[in-house]
Design a protein around this ligand. Structure first.
Ligand code: WQD
Length: 365
């Protein structure tokens, strides 16, 4: 089919214009995952050109279509496992102008990590080591790492700051986050031409307001909010509240539940900071939370209020490995990154419910 010259010129200009406005190329590993996909959207909204690699062990390639539905820009995607050193090298040879990496790709189920520790140590540690080894060779200057508040264990003081002591991990999953942070610190200390920002997430929840992307656990959800929305949808008969005998006001455990889009935006400001050489140290650490603790029972009440859906739940025994209470002191991130969690818990829970209803509409769940 012949394309009329004026259309052809327009398309050419659009492509070159797009290249011009781009703030640079960012690789997102695990970019079809829950937090990764929301971060890709916010990076594109902020003018970055995004590449995704993902081994699709915990997500589908259709997420790329859904990202495009939101932003109108289709990120380049390649199915690739970060354990595949040669595959990664070929990828970097093909894309020589990547400015930075945001590394999400990892196994993340606390319970599974207890049953399969070697899978977690190999996957989560070797994937990062491969990236760190290849970055200098391909002049990739920085890596933003997806860490977790699990590194603090049960903090002695609350809210928890970045200076709180790192405690012995409660699970191999949590331990891989601690070890990965040390791997990055030691690599940078060795003189490698790499800088890094470690983001310690609290509890990411919710979905994109468009309901095109959200959390899509495979099998029975381990995390609280997807279990709540599946119970509300009738997929699960009832929610088990793991313990109401904690030393908290209503006896249930307390967490810092942060909206996933707010969390995604923290990655964009981290990349901006890194690429504009505003980092004050080669490795910086930030707590990415709201600064507010909410108990499991309070979250259930907030969900019922926000959605008008009554939730069927029962109190059961505590879950092994759970800590009693944790919430962030996000002041350092607020001040240094100029980032703050803004979305209300009600809006966040409504977004999770809208996402669950969309999955039902599409016959996915
Ligand atoms: C939250 C609270 C449960 C399910 C973990 C990881 C963290 C991050 C998020 C990966 C706890 C209670 C849960 C249920 C319940 N991981 N709960 N009934 O354990 O705080 O954090 O997941 O990104 O790094 O450590 O999150 O959502 O599993 O639990 O009562 O069916 O909800 O006991 O108090 P958690 P969670």
């Amino acid at each position: 089919m012949k394309i009329p010259l004026n259309i052809w010129l327009f398309l050419l200009m659009k492509k070159s214009y797009k290249k011009e406005i781009m703030k640079g190329k960012i690789l997102v590993t695990g970019g079809t995952g829950y937090i990764g996909s929301h971060t890709v959207v916010e990076l594109q909204n902020s003018g970055y050109e995004v590449l995704i690699i993902d081994n699709l062990s915990n997500s589908g390639a259709d997420i790329v279509d859904n990202i495009e539905k939101i932003t109108g820009i289709r990120p380049e995607f390649e199915k690739l496992d970060c354990l595949d050193y040669e595959g990664l090298e070929r990828f970097f040879q093909k894309h020589e102008d990547i400015k930075a990496i945001i590394h999400f790709a990892a196994s993340k189920a606390v319970g599974e990590s207890v049953e399969k520790p070697l899978l977690y140590y190999r996957n989560n540690l070797v994937s990062l080591i491969n990236l760190l080894e290849l970055m200098p060779k391909y002049h990739i200057e920085g890596i933003v790492f997806s860490s977790s508040c699990t590194v603090y264990g049960q903090p002695d003081q609350l809210p928890v700051t970045e200076q709180a002591p790192i405690k012995k991990a409660e699970s191999p999953y949590g331990n891989t986050k601690q070890i990965n942070e040390e791997i990055i610190q030691d690599t940078v200390k060795s003189g490698a031409p790499i800088k890094s920002i470690l983001l310690r997430y609290f509890n990411p929840i919710g979905a994109h307001p468009s309901a095109h992307i959200g959390e899509l656990p495979i099998g029975v959800p381990q995390n609280l909010v997807p279990y709540i929305t599946q119970t509300a949808m009738g997929i699960r008969e009832k929610l088990s509240v793991f313990g109401d005998d904690y030393n908290t006001p209503d006896g249930s455990a307390i967490r810092d539940f942060i909206n996933v889009v707010d969390l995604a935006k923290a990655h964009v400001v981290s990349i901006d900071r890194m690429l504009s050489n505003k980092q004050k140290e080669q490795v910086e650490v930030f707590n990415i939370g709201t600064g507010k603790g909410l108990s499991v029972l309070e979250l259930i009440t907030a969900f019922e209020k926000a959605t008008g859906v009554k939730l069927n739940y029962e109190i059961t025994n505590r879950r092994a490995g759970d800590i009693e209470q944790v919430w962030a002191d996000p002041e350092y991130a607020n001040k240094e990154l100029g980032w703050k969690a803004e979305t209300s818990i009600e809006d966040t829970l409504r977004s999770a419910w809208n996402w669950q209803k969309k999955l039902r509409e599409k016959g996915i769940q």
